[in-house]
Design a protein. Structure first.
Length: 223
């Protein structure tokens, strides 16, 4: 039996070599297409990650704004309650007015001196009550810090003698990925400034006065 024409062509080495060369070129073209598609997908993932980070930062800023708004709202409500109590004469359990006699009715210098002493004692008592009120107010502020403020105080109090900076606290609060994030450092610095106003932390300065840091109030009182 004589071989067919197609069988003869398939067995021809030169034809097979040409066919394999064409197949190789086809594979190269497909590989180039796949590589281009992978590049586009990689770029798209990077863009999505950047957008995700931007949204996360914006959300965190909204959280901080909301916490501050809640604090201001509570302060206003407390002031309104205090004003209403003062207006109705019910603050501190009722009116504490004291009748002061007419100087013309003082019977001699000794009587007037006794009245002056009573007035001094009353002023000292009021000053002491104000001091206690300020301390109670500070303790009350500590209970109204919000989740982020409470978390910051727990971190700071865990190492009260450490010199806390905005960068250091930001890393402890948000993770190592914000080590180079200036906005995160500023958020932490603002938070510590607020804690300093509430006298929960103390703001300190380096010897040359060019750098500031914060420590727990308990650490400064211990020294």
């Amino acid at each position: 039996m004589q071989p067919t024409a197609s069988g003869t062509a398939s067995a021809n080495p030169s034809w097979v070599a040409v066919d394999m060369g064409a197949l190789i070129h086809q594979c190269d073209a497909e590989l180039a297409q796949h590589d281009a598609m992978l590049d586009r997908l990689t770029s798209g993932v990077a863009a999505l990650e950047a957008e995700k980070q931007a949204v996360r930062s914006a959300r965190q800023q909204v959280v901080l704004t909301r916490e501050e708004a809640l604090r201001v709202q509570e302060t206003l409500h407390a002031a309104a309650r205090a004003g209403a109590a003062l207006r109705s004469g019910q603050r501190d359990g009722g009116s504490s007015f004291k009748d002061v006699p007419d100087p013309d009715e003082c019977e001699g210098t000794d009587a007037c001196a006794d009245e002056a002493a009573d007035s001094s004692d009353a002023a000292a008592t009021l000053a002491e009550e104000d001091s206690h009120t300020d301390k109670a107010s500070t303790a009350c502020d500590a209970s109204k810090l919000g989740p982020r403020g409470m978390q910051a105080m727990q971190i700071i109090n865990s190492e009260p003698t450490l010199q806390w900076t905005g960068k250091l606290l930001a890393v402890r609060l948000e993770g190592q990925e914000v080590e180079a994030d200036g906005k995160a450092h500023n958020r932490a610095r603002t938070l510590m400034d607020d804690l300093a106003k509430k006298q929960l932390v103390a703001k300190m300065y380096s010897d040359d006065g060019r750098r500031c840091y914060f420590v727990a109030t308990a650490a400064t009182e211990a020294t």
